[in-house]
Each structure stands twice: as structure tokens, then as C-alpha cells.
Design a protein around this ligand. Structure first.
Ligand SMILES: Nc1ncnc2c1ncn2[C@@H]1O[C@H](COP(=O)(O)OP(=O)(O)O)[C@@H](O)[C@H]1O
Ligand SMILES: [Mg+2]
Length: 242
């Protein structure tokens, strides 16, 4: 296989005195969708937060494109080529759709280039184009999630990290968002996502990692994890389709 784009080794992270990650290992190869699953509190978001510098590891390494980034300040992360879609589809509610996208391109000084990036996102999400002059706060939840994803794409990142992209969305929008993630992969993008909707995430993931209390529990192809009876019992709510 190719060199991993992201390689996490022996990662330990604590909030104050409370340690929540105990030696997490994770790889993301170029062009893959990798899903991190696990129950609430397993440490999924903390893995992501440590990668993007919002939480500090006490041990272990995080290499992105061959460079150690675990001591890097969070404001340097976007320029490395990591796009981040936070949990809870956070958008600037009082700004228009278009201005929200512009905010994702603050690093691009050149206006024409910013314009091209906005147009590329509009091509990916025609619905955002239709609503470009609307305030983000007036969008539906699913549209806000699209906007949050679009904003993360503005700098044409090499890796897009998504924290619970389907959480709280209506079934229709869950389908739409997952379809769009597959579409991004088809375009050659690399995605790392955290999902409580483990069944849906593993269906589209090339590989998955199941965490338990801050440790790796299972890692395999998405299909193998979906077929694993223990994984089904522990993470997918029983033997049947979750
Ligand atoms: N900012 C924080 N301060 C203290 N503890 C935190 C903080 N964020 C998360 N935790 C704790 O860390 C553990 C892992 O949380 P988190 O990474 O959010 O899990 P997940 O995303 O899998 O639900 C939980 O026990 C949670 O309560
Ligand atoms: Mg979380």
C-alpha cells in the first residue's frame, strides 16, 4: 500500500488529569474513506481534536504527509491541507452562504482564486448555489451540514476530517450527506470521519476503527467489520441491520 497520508501511533491524550486516549493507532491512506466508530465517550472526537491541535497529546505521534504535527498550533493546520468539519454543523448563522464559504478561504489572499474555490463548492453542492445569498441560519440542518462541508473544501485539502456528519439530520439528509461523501471520494478526496451511525459509516468506508474507552478494539475493512458478529453486537446494536 501507499504511504499513509495520516499515521497516528501510540496516541495518548488527557483533559487535565483525566486521560481519555490510551495508545490509539490509526492510518489513513490517500483516496480512502476511513470511519472511526464507537459509543459515546469512546474518544472519537478527541482523536480528531488531537490531530487538528485542539487537544494536546502527552505521548505518541501524528504524522501528516510525513511531517510530525502533534505539537503544531491549531491555526497552522488548515494550511497543511487538513479540512475540518466540526460536530454540530457549525456555520456563521448571520452570514450568507457565500460569505460562509469565503470564511473557509481566509488563507487565499488572491480574490480570483477564492472565487474559483467558491464556484467549485457550488458545483459540488448546487443547492448551496441556489441559496448563496441566504443567511446560513435560515438553512435546514442538512443544508447547513453541506455548507460546513463545503467550507472545509475551500482550501482544497488533502484530507477532510468530519466529526459526526450525520448526527441530528433527518433520514433524507443523512442519505444525501453520505452520498456526497462517496462522491467526494470518487473525485479522489481522502476522508476521515467519526460516526455514531456505525452501520452507515462502515457501508461506505474502505476501512474502519472501532474504539472502546480510548483504545483500539477492532480495525478492518468496512465490509469485514460490518460482517463481524462481535462488532455487530457491540457497535451496531445486535445481529440485525442497525
Ligand atoms: N473538553 C473536555 N474536557 C474534559 N473531558 C472531556 C472533554 N472532551 C471530552 N471529554 C471526555 O473525554 C472522553 C471522550 O470524549 P469524546 O472524545 O468526545 O468521545 P466521543 O467523541 O467518542 O463521544 C469522555 O469521557 C468525555 O467526557
Ligand atoms: Mg464525539
Amino acid at each position: 500500500m501507499t504511504e499513509p497520508l495520516l499515521a497516528i501511533r501510540g496516541l495518548e491524550t488527557a483533559y487535565g488529569a483525566v486521560q481519555v486516549l490510551f495508545g490509539v493507532e490509526l492510518d489513513v491512506h490517500p483516496g480512502e474513506i476511513v470511519a472511526v466508530i464507537g459509543p459515546n465517550g469512546a474518544g472519537k472526537s478527541t482523536v480528531i481534536k488531537t490531530v487538528i491541535g485542539l487537544a494536546r497529546s502527552s505521548k505518541g505521534s501524528i504524522r501528516f504527509a510525513g511531517e510530525e504535527i502533534s505539537r503544531m498550533a491549531p491555526h497552522r493546520i488548515p494550511a497543511l491541507g487538513i479540512g475540518y468539519v466540526p460536530q454540530g454543523r457549525i456555520v456563521f448563522a448571520r452570514m450568507t452562504v457565500e460569505d460562509n464559504l469565503e470564511m473557509g478561504a481566509f488563507l487565499i489572499g488572491e480574490r480570483a482564486r477564492r472565487r474559483r474555490a467558491v464556484d467549485a463548492v457550488f458545483a459540488q453542492f448546487p443547492r448551496l448555489h441556489e441559496r448563496r445569498a441566504q443567511l446560513a441560519g435560515s438553512l435546514s440542518g442538512g443544508e447547513q451540514q453541506m455548507l460546513a462541508i463545503g467550507r472545509a473544501l475551500m482550501l482544497d485539502p488533502r484530507l477532510v476530517i468530519l466529526d459526526e456528519p450525520s448526527l441530528g439530520l433527518s433520514p433524507k439528509y443523512v442519505d444525501l450527506i453520505f452520498e456526497q461523501l462517496v462522491d467526494l471520494k470518487r473525485q479522489g478526496r481522502t476522508l476521515l470521519m467519526v460516526e455514531q451511525n456505525a452501520a452507515r459509516a462502515l457501508e461506505l468506508a474502505d476501512r474502519g476503527y472501532a474504539l472502546e474507552l480510548g483504545r483500539n478494539r477492532y480495525s478492518d475493512s468496512g465490509a469485514a467489520l460490518l460482517a463481524n458478529p462481535e462488532v455487530r453486537r457491540m457497535y451496531l446494536g445486535g445481529a440485525g441491520r442497525a
